[in-house]
Design a protein around this ligand. Structure first.
Ligand code: VGL
Length: 215
């Protein structure tokens, strides 16, 4: 798949320890700590590198410590909450850190911080709210840098990565999802997730090996 490096950004979605077996009490995704090489490889095809991070606060209203309550609806009427999750990626904790093998956070061209509010649990990295009205600035930043193609990978395929890819596609970018750099919370929904992304015009590759510089 051909990409023009000068007009491409590589987007690492939430590649944080809290989504990996390194933090088993958070939201461990099988293989979540094994995506750094693919993310680093896809970044070679882009002039810019962006990372998003869940920056959750203590005491967020969506947190449950009951394993049976995970993914059940948040009862109260909060427009920016849907279902409950175990606490993860809390600012200042191990789970908030990037997975081993990625560059230092400070060396990314842009760090998008999301999920900061106790009453909001967004999935996509482009908006702070679920409705997609309150921009994080990621889309504006990419446009400002004349980016046309965004190569996306990260955690998790079925939640934050997919939502981010769909938001970028809806904003008019060409989006290439590198599945080799993604892992799912629930791998059983992969076919459905792929169909949703393909329907939106998102291209997918199995590995960064499939990327080629356009002449
Ligand atoms: C995520 C579930 C809950 C993700 C975040 O990063 O995909 N999934 N919070």
């Amino acid at each position: 798949m051909f990409t023009d490096k000068e007009q491409a950004a590589s987007f690492d979605v939430d590649p944080q320890r809290g989504f990996t077996p390194l933090c088993p009490d958070e939201l461990p995704i099988t293989g979540g700590d094994g995506i750094a090489d693919e993310l680093n490889q896809q970044a070679e095809y882009a002039a810019y590198r962006v990372v998003s991070k869940d920056e959750h606060p203590l005491g967020a209203l969506w947190v449950t410590s009951d394993p049976n309550a995970v993914m059940t609806p948040v009862k109260e009427d909060y427009p920016n909450l849907d279902v409950k999750w175990p606490a993860h990626c809390v600012v200042g904790t191990e789970g908030n850190k990037l997975i081993p093998g990625l560059p230092n956070e400070d060396t990314y061209d842009l760090v998008v911080r999301k999920g900061v509010d106790q009453e909001k649990h967004p999935y996509g990295a482009c908006y702070h709210d679920l409705a997609g009205a309150e921009s994080t600035g990621a889309i504006e930043w990419l446009r400002e840098h004349l980016v046309e193609t965004v190569i996306v990978g990260g955690l998790a395929t079925d939640f934050c990565m997919k939502t981010t890819a769909l938001q970028l596609s809806a904003a008019g970018f060409r989006v290439i999802v590198n599945l080799g750099a993604c892992r799912s919370v629930n791998p059983a929904t992969l076919e459905e997730d792929l169909a949703q992304m393909h329907h939106a015009g998102i291209e997918t590759i199995q590995s960064a090996n499939e990327l080629k510089f356009s002449a």
